[in-house]
Design a protein around this ligand. Structure first.
Ligand SMILES: [Fe+2]
Length: 376
């Protein structure tokens, strides 16, 4: 034991004052310390196996001292000894969120993004972890990337999406076919124009990452329209803070009714992250329910919504291009707003096959790929 460091720990009624290696005096709560003793975690599963709810008494340090970069605590009553690396304590000293390597800064993009859009080839993704990482980073930072050289098969999409998570069904099933249907359940299944939207806001948790695999596209018209919803929302925040506030704070209803389906969910049109920054948008004219908000509130809300909706048509933001057969566009469905121009159904064939995975899985895979991790 390093005698000179004994006074670096002070026992208080509810916890300990510890002098960290950088000289900072930091307080740690006794419950927190006892709960997070390194022995609380199972070496194999890495899960917490210590159960603080079954701890009969309030944890009280009987003895506490520093010993070669470690805080040693002997707990009263049970006699258990905990050893905490000071490095671990230092990272929790300020009550700041644990560092998240998947929390990459979003880079807004505009109408001219087509040439700069990240492209990765399907065969390279299957073989090369570096290419998978480049793809994941494009989705985290820009929210969009094109996968090229896709095989002309259903399996191709399954393998592509499977690289970023588990297929996430919606009420259309595991996969959906965007082409002209005989009895369409959705505007996408017609040749009509499809206004700018994010998918399936009528579900409580709308799907996170969307994949649209273009299998055939020889029709006249039907250009793809994509924009970065966060870029638009950030501009609205600067231009009209009150409209922005209304869209970021108010939940509005979305719905999907068809045969046996009666889905309803409420969403905020502008989504903020834990830093108060715009992390996404939810917009869909064809799935917006009749707003059941006070009519007087609508005096302020509608102008804000319409202003934002008009910005979503602005040439400054909308990237227009034609997805080619063999390309699969992947994008963050909570951030990227998409639509389609009308096309002539008799002029050729247009067939896109789609599916979803979730954003949490993408972030989880990315962390596991790049992070040192708590347990590594
Ligand atoms: Fe869509």
């Amino acid at each position: 034991m390093d005698v000179a460091l004994i006074e670096a720990v002070e026992v208080e009624e509810t916890g300990l004052q510890v002098r960290l290696p950088d000289g900072q005096q930091a307080y740690f709560n006794a419950w927190w310390l006892r709960d997070n003793c390194p022995t609380s975690f199972d070496a194999e599963t890495r899960e917490r196996v210590f159960d603080i709810f079954h701890h009969a008494e309030t944890p009280r340090p009987e003895e506490a001292y520093l010993d070669s970069g470690t805080l040693v605590v002997r707990w009263a009553g049970e006699g258990h000894v905990s050893r905490y690396p000071l490095e671990m304590l230092a990272s929790y000293a300020d009550g700041k969120r644990r560092h998240d390597p998947a929390d990459l800064p979003r880079r807004p993009w505009f109408a001219d993004h087509y040439d700069a859009m990240t492209r990765v080839s399907h065969p390279a993704l299957l073989e090369d972890a570096g290419e998978r990482r480049r793809w994941m980073e494009a989705l985290l930072i820009e929210g969009v990337a094109i996968v090229t050289d896709m095989p002309d098969s259903d399996e191709g999409l399954t393998r592509t999406a499977g690289l970023l998570g588990t297929i996430r069904p919606s009420f259309f099933g595991d996969y959906f076919d965007v082409r002209v249907h005989v009895n369409p359940t959705n505007l996408a299944y017609t040749s009509k124009a499809l206004e700018m939207h994010t998918d399936v806001p009528a579900e409580e948790l709308a799907p996170g990452i969307q994949y649209l695999h273009c299998r055939r596209n020889s029709v006249e018209g039907g250009r793809n329209l994509f924009l970065d919803g966060t870029a638009v929302a950030n501009d609205l925040r600067r231009e009209d803070p009150e409209a922005f506030r209304l869209l970021a704070e108010t939940e509005v209803p979305f719905y999907k009714e068809h045969d046996t389906i009666d889905m309803r969910a409420r969403q905020r049109v502008i989504e903020l992250d834990h830093n108060g920054e715009v992390s996404g948008v939810t917009i869909s004219q064809h799935l917006a329910d009749i707003f059941d908000l006070p009519q007087r509130f609508m005096d302020a809300y509608y102008p804000a919504l319409v202003k934002f909706g008009r910005m979503l048509q602005d040439d400054k933001y909308v990237m227009r291009f034609t997805l080619r057969a063999g390309e699969c566009i992947s994008f963050d469905n909570h951030r990227v707003v998409h639509g389609r121009a009308a096309y002539s159904a008799t002029s050729g064939e247009r067939y896109l096959r789609g599916t979803y995975t979730d954003r949490g899985e993408l972030r989880g895979l990315y962390r596991a790929m790049v992070s040192e991790g708590r347990f590594k």
